[in-house]
Ligand binder design. Structure first.
Ligand code: UDP
Ligand code: MN
Length: 337
């Protein structure tokens, strides 16, 4: 074999090795793109369009059984509206206005209501954590009853008020609300809702979807932009079984921040995705308030949440109820955390 041939062969292999190398790099790059798209598609929130909403909403089984026995027609799972955009909320709600509302809207003591002409396909507990925000509470209550009634829901509003002077604990108040509401009725669907958030579109149906839903996605004070992709605070709708599976909220987040991100981690830890209604539907107004001071240990509890979720939540909840008060427009539960 002449050295020339040998040299030629060597060049030939070098050439192919190089080709193989570039092909490999190309394949790895493609695989990375596919992996990224897969992760992005299956971990980011699913956007539910207006047309698809009725396919995603879950009817309350007990109400369907009720309808079967009573032979009254069912209300639409997803009502239709000629004009679904609500007028701006009345910001000057007086006590006498609220009294008038109660008789006009036929609300039962404790803030309970269901339509009379049909059986609602939704049976929802709306749980609101609360302390010392009376004007927001009045605006919220005056706005929400007509809103929920137009959607033909069967619902009850619970205001869970923290009595003690410790830093506010939103997550624990939600756990208390859930536990106490469970004693009063068999709600298949729960909505955990800040008192200062006002939904603007009637198509934002206050029922549960198959996937846990972040409701307050686009808020006026954030220029109607989603602050970050996995945000799960403000207002959330979740099936009772999914809430139980997450062991509720953590009880450890005293002070502002972190409990909502921790709740996102709990809900999605078994691969469950969250969803959102489309932009035009999930628009909210936030009533103005000063920013609370963020809690300093929120990052610690958030980072270590994964180790604790099995032993910190509904199954470790301890509290004392000081008063359960069936008020004309809501059930108020005063609790010492
Ligand atoms: N909240 C309350 N009193 C407080 C702090 C919070 O009632 O002193 C409740 C209220 O429902 C409020 C929610 O907790 O809407 C979330 O708190 P905040 O509005 O301060 O949070 P942000 O809007 O800054 O996320
Ligand atoms: Mn707020």
């Amino acid at each position: 074999m002449s050295p020339l041939v040998c040299f030629g062969r060597h060049r030939f292999f070098l050439h192919w090795n190089r080709r193989l190398f570039f092909v490999l790099i190309f394949v790895i790059a493609i695989l990375n793109v596919i992996l990224f798209l897969f992760i992005f598609t299956y971990t980011s929130a699913k956007l539910v369009t207006l047309e698809d909403m009725s396919k995603h909403l879950v009817p309350a089984r007990t109400n369907l059984e009720l309808q079967y026995n009573k032979k009254i027609k069912l209300c639409d799972l997803m009502p239709t509206f000629v004009n679904s955009f609500m007028p701006y909320p009345n910001l000057t709600v007086s006590g006498s206005y609220l009294k008038l509302l109660q008789s006009k809207l036929n609300i039962e003591l404790g803030g309970v209501w269901q339509p009379s002409e049909c059986i609602s396909q939704h049976h929802v507990a709306i749980i609101v954590p609360y302390r010392d925000r009376l004007s927001h509470l009045q605006i919220f209550i005056a706005y929400m009853h007509p809103f929920l009634q137009l959607q033909k829901l069967s619902y009850q509003i619970f205001i869970i008020e923290q009595s003690d002077k410790r830093p506010f604990n939103r997550g624990k108040l939600f756990n208390v609300g859930f536990t106490e509401a469970e004693k009063l009725s068999d709600f298949p669907c729960y909505i955990f809702h800040d008192v200062d958030l006002i939904p603007q579109n009637l198509y934002n149906v206050y029922g549960c979807t198959q996937l846990p839903r972040h409701m307050s996605s686009y808020i006026d004070v954030f220029d109607y932009k989603l602050p970050y992709d996995v945000i799960f605070g403000g207002a959330v709708a979740i099936l009772k079984d999914q809430f139980l599976c997450a062991n509720g909220f953590s009880n450890n987040f005293f002070g502002w921040g972190g409990e909502d991100d921790d709740f996102y981690n709990r809900v999605t830890r078994n691969g469950t995705r969250i969803c959102r209604y489309e932009y035009s539907v999930s628009k909210y107004i936030m009533l103005s308030h000063k920013k609370e001071k963020p809690s300093e240990d929120r990052y610690f509890f958030l980072q270590t949440g994964g180790d604790r979720f099995k032993v910190d939540g509904l199954n470790s909840l301890k509290y004392s109820v000081l008063q359960i008060d069936k008020r004309p427009l809501y059930t108020r539960i005063l609790v010492d955390l």
